[in-house]
Write a protein that binds this ligand. Structure first.
Ligand code: FE2
Ligand code: FE2
Length: 453
């Protein structure tokens, strides 16, 4: 049984997530407190620049709504859900950086920031589309638009010589570009499975597209007019920098018709996928194809192949006999005595004696990203059984295991990098003082001397 498109897409998202996280951790993480030269925020920059920064900051402020509502929709897709949470973390830094600039440059006070935040969060943003694939299309468009928002804003910040804002916007726009690429790849992957359906969703989303926060952000229309007038982002930029490049990239004309070359490309990719699956099939002597363990064609890895064959074609041995009778016994015998029989049997999950072989393990994207092979281990029954545990004497005081040196140092290490480090230090000192006092009391004899004396 072949995997459904949804299941194949879930696999795709998981693999992409692992690659994405590896690259993010290795090459893209940045620190809002250290990596931007806040001291270079320029107080002489224009109010227009500050207004544009504030508008984009406002869009980023709906993060709780962007993450919560979509997360519920995609929670069963490991790749998408984990990506989404990580995406939320990255987006959270965008609003922090923009707010920091508004404050550092002196354009806004903390009171103004606070009032703006409260006003914004009055309204809630709701998902504009109710299908996961439409939401991927929507986010793809929105991420590319956001990338250009920040790139063009950076040009204005450069003109006004604000190097703190330039630095921040550069980091943010790289994030937005990477977000766009993730969604763009996902849309393209969907096109390989179902180009017509994906194009239909994409068209629907484009026809109904508006930037997030449009109906929530107070005085949005005025802000949009300012953005358009400055040339940072308006209807012209939307068509030129967002819509047209996306259509071109996906091989669509302006009426959302797949261009011939693109149509042929998607058809070829679909055919290649099916061909790859067929090539996984091993033909047994009876002429029946058996998919490999773990193949999407094989519903139950490790046991399904032979059974599938038997179910579809009647008893496999009978099949051989019939096949042998019709095609010549010599042919069947030669096939079954050859190396190909062994490999065919290996792929049915049985050895030559018909015993079950362990299923071929699938390669783990996580280990592939780390760059190691899993260790080989022999299974052992070395688990602590409940009955054994019951006979063990209670360790430490009050049933708690005693803290060893590593426990202690990890507790200290964690405390020292916590918000309440000072309080935790005092608490540890108090425990130490109490312990010393208790030890002294325990050593004391009833007459007042110590047990050692
Ligand atoms: Fe962002
Ligand atoms: Fe983004």
């Amino acid at each position: 049984m072949a995997l459904s498109i949804q299941a194949q897409m879930d696999e795709f998202f998981y693999r992409e997530l692992v690659k994405y996280l590896k690259l993010a951790e290795e090459k893209r993480r940045w620190n809002v407190f250290k990596d931007i030269h806040w001291a270079e925020a320029n107080p002489d920059t224009s109010e227009t620049l500050a207004h544009c920064v504030e508008t984009f900051c406002a869009v980023e402020m709906y993060l709780p709504d962007f993450t919560a509502s979509l997360l519920r929709m995609i929670r069963r897709s490991r790749g998408r859900a984990w990506f989404h949470v990580n995406w939320g973390y990255e987006e959270s830094k965008h609003s922090l950086a923009l707010e920091s600039w508004l404050l550092a440059s002196g354009h806004r006070t903390e009171e103004q920031r606070d009032a703006f935040e409260k006003e914004l969060l009055e309204a809630e943003w709701e998902l504009p589309f109710d299908h996961p694939r439409q939401m991927v299309c929507y986010t793809m468009i929105q991420e590319l638009a956001t990338f250009w928002n920040y790139r063009n804003l950076e040009k204005m910040a450069t003109q006004q010589q604000d190097w703190a804002l330039v630095g921040a916007l550069r980091l943010i726009s790289v994030d937005e570009r990477v977000h766009y690429n993730f969604y763009r790849n996902s849309v393209k992957e969907w096109m390989k499975h179902d180009d017509a359906g994906t194009v239909e969703d994409l068209k629907y989303v484009f026809d109904n597209f508006s930037m997030p926060g449009r109906s929530q952000i107070p005085r949005y229309d005025e802000s949009a007019r300012i953005l358009a007038k400055t040339g940072i982002y308006g209807p012209r930029e939307y068509i030129k920098l967002v819509k047209n490049p996306i259509l071109e990239d996906l091989g669509l004309d302006k009426d959302f018709h797949l261009m011939e070359a693109a149509q042929a490309r998607y058809a070829a990719q679909r055919a290649a996928r099916q061909e790859a699956m067929k090539r996984e099939q091993i033909a047994l002597g009876n002429g029946h194809a058996v998919p490999k363990n773990g193949s999407p064609l094989n519903g139950k890895p490790g046991e399904g192949a032979a059974q599938n064959s038997a179910t579809q074609n009647g008893n496999a041995q009978n099949g051989n006999t019939q096949n042998g009778a019709s095609n010549g016994t010599m042919h069947a015998a030669a096939t079954f005595n050859s190396h190909s029989l062994n490999s065919a049997l290996a792929n049915t999950g049985k050895n030559g004696d018909g015993e079950n072989l362990p299923p071929t393990p699938r390669r783990a994207p996580l280990l592939e990203a780390i760059g190691i092979e899993p260790k080989q281990r022999t299974p052992s029954p070395s688990i602590i059984l409940a009955s054994d545990a019951a006979n063990e004497p209670l360790p430490g005081s009050r049933g708690m295991a005693k803290l060893d040196d590593l426990d202690q140092s990890l507790i200290v290490a964690g405390d020292e990098i916590s918000n309440n480090a000072k309080e935790m230090r005092e608490e540890r000192a108090k425990i130490r003082r109490n312990r010393m006092k208790n030890d002294r009391l325990r050593r004391q004899k009833p007459d007042g001397g110590t047990s050692e004396s």
